[in-house]
Design a protein around this ligand. Structure first.
Ligand SMILES: Cc1ncc(COP(=O)(O)O)c(C=O)c1O
Length: 361
């Protein structure tokens, strides 16, 4: 069962010309990162710095935190797969909203912990965005057994977010024995919009509050596998000791350092993604297809019928999109934002592919 979930969650589409299935950046890595990776390859015979000192220093500067408050790993998903079993075991509960990032469930399974989901508002309709998250409903599920709360903000695969006020209310009401991890994989695409704020921007204190970040999205380094976590040194230190040694390659560390410094390329990627998201949203609106208001680099649409054949029809047109069976979302498709040309190609194909779907208004 877990094997099926994992492969469905991450498999790239076979032979797709336009790949809108994995929430990657279509704009490519920073040229400075490419150069740094090429230079680093000459050091491929050397083990990487296990402590990632230069990168962690750069991240500490970037985040305004101490070196000891940041840990890196080969992707934020890998970090989660360490973090959950590190903090939780049998008898413990991992609490999250329904339709959260699938790796939370996989981590809880590896830990032998219970996975507790809080229902959300369900799918979008023609006049309502979907999957609304209720902070009070989540707080009502906190028990003495709750060890860890995981919040993807914005969430994948729905794109929904908690506002700064909602997140503040949540964090300030969580008991001190519970660790709260806010997964901010998509924060670059949400900043300054619809009441969104990152953990660092909130005016709230909690002794076990962490934020999880990745270089896979706005920094366009998904293939290099690099993510990081920021939080109190007494949690981050033992977590860093728990991870597999030498897990972040020489080239990945170099790429991340160069990407952090290339703010121009980052802004280019953010601007292109936001414009693409608006382009896709307005095209879908014209087609009358319901979708959830997303602050990520993707949009999730409602088909009102089994999504798998529709994904196949896109595939025939050379376009890879994501079905969501691991999330029990059988009538939804998640579409990542591509280049302007790719988004246009998706919309052109959609006029035919989505012609007969029952959800269209
Ligand atoms: C919410 C969320 N968190 C984390 C990740 C994992 O990113 P990484 O590539 O760093 O493992 C993803 C990837 O899609 C995601 O959607």
């Amino acid at each position: 069962m877990s094997k099926t979930i994992a492969s469905q969650a991450v498999g790239p589409p076979v032979g797709a010309r336009v790949r809108l299935s994995s929430n990657e950046s279509p704009f490519g890595p920073s040229p400075a990162a490419l150069e740094a990776m090429q230079a680093a390859l000459a050091e491929a015979h050397r083990y990487p710095d296990d402590q990632s000192v230069e990168l962690r220093n750069a991240l500490a500067d970037h985040e305004g935190c101490a070196f000891e408050e940041v840990a890196v790993a080969n992707g934020s998903a890998a970090l989660l797969m360490d973090l959950v079993p590190h903090l939780c075991g049998p008898g413990d509960e991992v609490l999250t909203f329904a339709h959260s990032f699938i790796v939370y469930r996989l981590g809880a399974k590896n830990a032998g912990a219970s996975y507790v989901e809080v229902e959300d508002g369900g799918p979008a309709t023609a006049d309502r965005s979907g999957y609304g998250r209720d902070v009070d409903a989540l707080l009502a599920k906190v028990t003495d057994a709750t060890r860890l709360i995981l919040i993807d903000n914005p969430g994948n695969p729905t794109g929904v977010h908690l506002t700064a006020d909602e997140l503040t209310a949540l964090i300030s009401a969580v008991p001190e024995h519970v660790t709260v991890v806010v997964d901010e994989a998509y924060h670059h695409f949400a900043t300054g919009q619809k009441g969104y704020a990152t953990v660092r921007e909130l005016d709230v204190e909690h002794p076990r509050l962490l934020s999880l970040r990745t270089f896979s999205k706005a920094y366009a380094l998904a293939g290099m596998r690099i993510g990081y976590i920021v939080g109190p040194a007494d949690i981050v230190g033992p977590l860093d000791a728990y991870r597999p040694r030498f897990n972040v390659t020489v080239a990945s560390q170099a790429a991340a350092i160069a990407s952090l410094a290339d703010t121009e390329h980052l802004q280019h990627t953010i601007d292109g993604t936001l414009a693409g998201r608006e382009h896709m949203a307005s095209g879908l609106r014209q087609l009358g297809v319901p979708f959830t208001d997303s602050l990520g680099n993707f949009i999730t649409i409602e088909c009102g019928t089994a999504a798998a054949p529709i994904e196949q029809a896109y595939s025939q047109a050379g376009i890879g999109v994501r079905t969501l069976p691991p999330y029990a979302m059988d009538e939804q498709l998640r579409i990542s934002i591509g280049t302007p040309g790719e988004t246009e190609e998706f919309l052109m194909a959609s006029a035919d592919v989505l012609a007969g779907i029952p959800s269209r208004g």
